[in-house]
Design a protein around this ligand. Sequence first.
Ligand SMILES: Cc1cc2nc3c(=O)[nH]c(=O)nc-3n(C[C@H](O)[C@H](O)[C@H](O)COP(=O)(O)OP(=O)(O)OC[C@H]3O[C@@H](n4cnc5c(N)ncnc54)[C@H](O)[C@@H]3O)c2cc1C
Length: 396
Amino acid sequence: MEKYDAIVIGLGPGGASALYKIASYGYRVIGFDKRREIGVPIQCGEFIPQYHEYRGILPEVTDEYLEIFRKMPMNLVDNRTDRVRVVTPGGDEYEVGFDGFVIDRERFDKWIVKMAVDRGAEVRIRANVYKLEEDGTVHVRMGDRTEKYRADAVVIAAGTSSTLLDQVGLYRETDELNLGHVINYQMAGVDSDPRVVEMYTGKRWSPGAYAWIIPKGGGVANVGLGIRYDYIQDDAKDINVYMERFWHEHPVASKKLGRAQPLSYVGGLVPVGPPPKKTVSGRYISVGDAANQNIASLGAGIVTSSIGGIAAGEAIHKYLSGEAGLEYYEELWKRLLGRALEDGYRLRLVIDIITKEDRYTDEFMRIVGNERIRDLVYTRAPSNMDLLKIAMSIMK
Ligand SMILES: Cc1cc2nc3c(=O)[nH]c(=O)nc-3n(C[C@H](O)[C@H](O)[C@H](O)COP(=O)(O)OP(=O)(O)OC[C@H]3O[C@@H](n4cnc5c(N)ncnc54)[C@H](O)[C@@H]3O)c2cc1C
């Protein structure tokens, strides 16, 4: 059996960032992903805030933990946006200035893994991890073969609600209220403003979540939506029904999507629950979507998962060099992301209240107005309290 200092399971932004950081310290580390190709299929809307916007959203995160985004070459950016527009169920539109990048996630994920390899990491693809043992032994299925590897520290970054977490006693999100079911089409022929990210609310299109048009430039856009099953009130249980409606029937969006044709289709799960209780158990730690490191009010996790991965790398270094126990990881990510994840979750609870009825959403947005949409995007706690008061006053 091959022995490593560390093993990383899953090479999305969370796992790849951990792999990179661990390799940067010079440790013997190997990463496994069950996919045939890193970053493919792209399960993502590919939208991230620009660097100066993170400073507002995540003020607790210092530059060193944003290493991946500081180093990110601009040729991974397909489009720059400068506004977010929210369209209410009644068709009112609100807008806020917000600088974003629409990245090429396939190349982005590959680029992080390449940086890790350049620093000495080993990588296996088509490598499905199926069994974990307490002593850090990891069982991997690669085609017809199975192999065993062992390490002193193992990162589980295998995505939302990974069942691997159960095997080692780590928290796994299973509550349907905290799981967004999402789909995304990449479409050509979309007639939307390339500078504007659009978010659409309304139970007919996206019960318990929102729909989006994220422009990649040249008429190409990511068009998708989320649903939560507990919020569905009509007969349609299939997410594709909501997508068809949004595409062809939404009074505003269907005009922009009238000529649109699909280039690709993916579906997935997004964690929208509170930060988890347990992310360290023995030699194992959970990172990224596997650890609900996602802003619950938005379902955005590219940046936060990468920060979680870098934090995991630092914690593993302290652990392997005898400076601290692996528990340091939990302390570190909570210091960096805890407040933002808590606030995002609390804001999601406010949104849950107002999206119960479309008329509440319209009324809420009328009161919140253009000025305060920034608070929704930034997920700030003091404003959350105000937003909760507004939500409660509408319900009376
Ligand atoms: C449709 C959609 C749109 C989204 N849009 C956005 C957006 O615009 N902006 C944003 O910030 N976030 C967005 N997100 C969320 C974002 O994609 C995730 O938060 C992010 O990818 C989390 O990174 P991760 O590394 O934790 O997990 P993932 O990216 O899910 O990576 C997990 C990896 O683990 C691998 N894996 C799983 N099980 C095993 C196993 N047993 N053995 C080996 N490998 C395994 C998988 O193959 C995968 O490569 C979106 C999500 C979806 C589904």
